[in-house]
Design a protein around this ligand. Structure first.
Ligand SMILES: [Fe+2]
Length: 299
């Protein structure tokens, strides 16, 4: 009735204002970069008591408030049993200070495990080594074709990790690749060697978790005996349209990436891909793609 009584000119004005308002709201929602916590639940016959894992990937040394407090508080709120750092925690261009502040704030509170991402390997040897040394000084375990069995809440869990396939020989960084280790640092070949090596550990009957930066190798992981694979790297495909498009583009996957973020199952294996925490380091903005802290409950 109200609309009918308007003049033609005012009807057009009202429609334009309505459309503009919808677009503004959409833009605000689309460009929202507030940190969110995403939770997954995984059931396994191998685990009776709940184990809570936090997955932090692709921080790229981005800022989350003063002294990284937004990220630290979000993590503390979830009270995880361990924290897994899935690569690209540092960036090859941004100062490492934000990452260092974050690691310093959490490393003595939780068992922390780390694997490399491609951006750490894009740093010079000297810088790369300084980052690895920093992590070790803080008590973070660097998994590089290696694994540890740890006991959490009475559950024995294998924590395995492999380097990013761009790995190269850096003097002082002694990664493992079994008899496949190359002298000239052909990373991809060593990457397969690392997988073979840790697969032996996965045979002890414990729940086995693999931390690896790369999600696009899902089918390769499924050939092994891992229960849970945790990855990053895809940054959620940068642009998303909820319910319609789970990512526009991801490195090493191209357009409309299959493994841009979320949960993927193959037989008894589950892979969870974090959309990561990169914000100011990316050339294009994230759209409908809020940075995320991932929490996984295994029970
Ligand atoms: Fe990344």
């Amino acid at each position: 009735m109200f609309f009918k009584n308007l003049t033609k000119k005012n009807k057009i004005r009202l429609i334009v204002a309505g459309v503009a308002l919808v677009l503004i709201v959409l833009m605000i929602v689309a460009l929202d970069l507030r940190l969110k916590t995403v939770q997954y639940e995984i059931e396994s016959e191998k685990v009776e008591n709940k184990v809570r894992v936090a997955l932090v990937t692709d921080l790229h040394s981005c800022k989350y408030g003063k002294d990284q407090k937004k990220l630290v508080k979000a993590l503390e709120k979830q009270n995880p049993d361990l924290v897994l750092l899935g690569g690209d925690i540092f960036d090859d261009e941004l100062s490492p200070e934000n990452t260092k502040k974050f690691i310093s704030a959490i490393a003595d509170k939780y068992p922390c495990y780390y694997v490399t991402g491609n951006h750490e390997f894009m740093c010079s040897d000297e810088i790369f080594l300084s980052y690895m040394n920093f992590l070790e000084e803080k008590g973070v375990t660097i998994l590089k074709g290696s694994a540890e069995t740890i006991e959490i809440n009475g559950e024995k869990i294998n924590i395995c990790g492999i380097d990013d396939p761009t790995l190269r020989n850096v003097e002082g960084y002694n990664y493992f690749a079994g008899d496949k280790r190359t002298v000239d640092g052909k990373g991809d070949y060593d990457w397969y060697g690392q997988l073979d090596l840790i697969d032996e550990i996965a045979q002890n009957g414990n729940y086995t978790l693999l931390l690896s930066h790369r999600p696009e190798r899902f089918e390769k992981y499924a050939e092994y005996d891992f229960d849970l694979v945790l990855c990053g790297h895809a940054h959620g495909g940068q642009f998303r349209i909820p319910l319609l498009m789970n990512g526009l583009y991801a490195p090493n996957q191209g357009f409309f990436p299959e493994y841009a973020g979320g949960r993927y199952d193959s037989g008894d294996m589950t892979m969870i891909v974090s959309r990561g925490l990169a914000i100011e380091c990316t050339f294009l903005p994230r759209i409908f793609n809020r940075p995320e802290l991932v929490i996984i409950d295994i029970e």
